[in-house]
Design a protein around this ligand. Structure first.
Ligand SMILES: Nc1ncnc2c1ncn2[C@@H]1O[C@H](COP(=O)(O)OP(=O)(O)OP(=O)(O)O)[C@@H](O)[C@H]1O
Ligand SMILES: [Mg+2]
Length: 259
């Protein structure tokens, strides 16, 4: 178990809409460790996305604390949060959400200019390196409308890491992709994790979940179960047996939780 990266204390979230209260997160005590690839699974509506939003400063918890690198981000100002999201966190969602009038290269580079201590030239070079790393050189000058779904999602991964974040938050990043594009995006996330970036990924899919070395089962606004797996080994994973064994372990664990 590594150093703590992020932890919550009695985190709760209640939405109020039209006078109706929905208690989504009960009193969550959770600890994430630096370098981990943590996965969250659980039924639809159980609060996984809400948890991810509260952990990443995209939404304010109703009560409780979210400590990231020693600072309570639940108490942070909007300016501090914006800085944190831009400089320390990376985000990947089900849809790539690229800026439609910027090229793929520009979509990666633009958030990069928010990082301190780097010249514009260095940022551009970093964006170009990532575009190449994601296999997007040939479409770097295309607009999102001229790229495929898989290419756009790979671009979203590049954009998420251009500022060398401490952690990538990914909410069903392969939810809208076919199998081969999903595997490419998962390989990129595993690769980023192998390079030292922590990952927190929400998924419904066992094939995706087995990328994690720690899988949490979330139900009714609380963590109900936890599975530890060896760190994903990209070289071993070229052998289908390695993948099937991990899937079998995860499936047995999920059945025990009545998934
Ligand atoms: N802005 C909001 N206002 C009111 N209720 C909300 C809001 N956002 C989410 N909810 C409710 O909170 C609960 C949890 O939603 P959340 O999106 O976190 O679930 P989830 O586990 O991510 O589900 P899924 O697997 O379908 O994505 C749901 O009952 C949802 O209707
Ligand atoms: Mg969700």
């Amino acid at each position: 178990m590594g150093e703590t990266l992020l932890k919550t204390r009695r985190l709760s979230k209640t939405y109020v809409a039209d006078g109706v209260q929905t208690h989504v997160l009960g009193s969550v005590d959770l600890e994430l460790y630096r370098g981990d690839f943590t996965v969250i699974m659980g039924p639809s509506g159980s609060g996984k996305s809400t948890l991810l939003y509260c952990l990443s400063g995209m939404d304010k918890p109703t009560a409780g604390s979210v400590i990231f690198e020693g600072e309570d981000i639940a108490q942070a100002s909007e300016d501090e949060l914006a800085k944190l999201r831009a400089q320390r966190f990376g985000f990947v969602f089900q849809a790539a959400n690229l800026v439609s009038n910027l090229t793929l290269l520009e979509n990666v580079a633009v958030p990069g200019y928010l990082k301190c201590g780097r010249t514009a030239k260095q940022t551009k070079a970093e964006a170009e390196r990532l575009i190449a790393r994601m296999g997007l050189e040939e479409v770097a000058a295309h607009l999102p409308s001229q790229a495929s779904g898989g290419q756009k999602q790979r671009c979203a991964v590049a954009r998420a890491v251009v500022n060398e974040p401490a952690i990538i938050f990914a909410d069903e990043p392969t939810g809208a992709l076919n199998r081969s594009n999903s595997l490419e995006v998962l390989d990129l996330l595993s690769g980023m994790n192998a390079e030292g970036i922590s990952v927190l990924m929400v998924t419904h899919d066992v094939r995706s979940a087995i990328r994690g070395n720690r899988v949490l089962y979330f139900e009714d606004g609380a963590v109900r179960g936890e599975l530890e797996l060896p760190v994903w080994d990209a070289a071993e994973a070229t052998d289908e047996i390695y993948v099937r064994e991990r899937e079998a372990i995860a499936n047995a664990w999920l059945s025990s939780l009545s998934w």
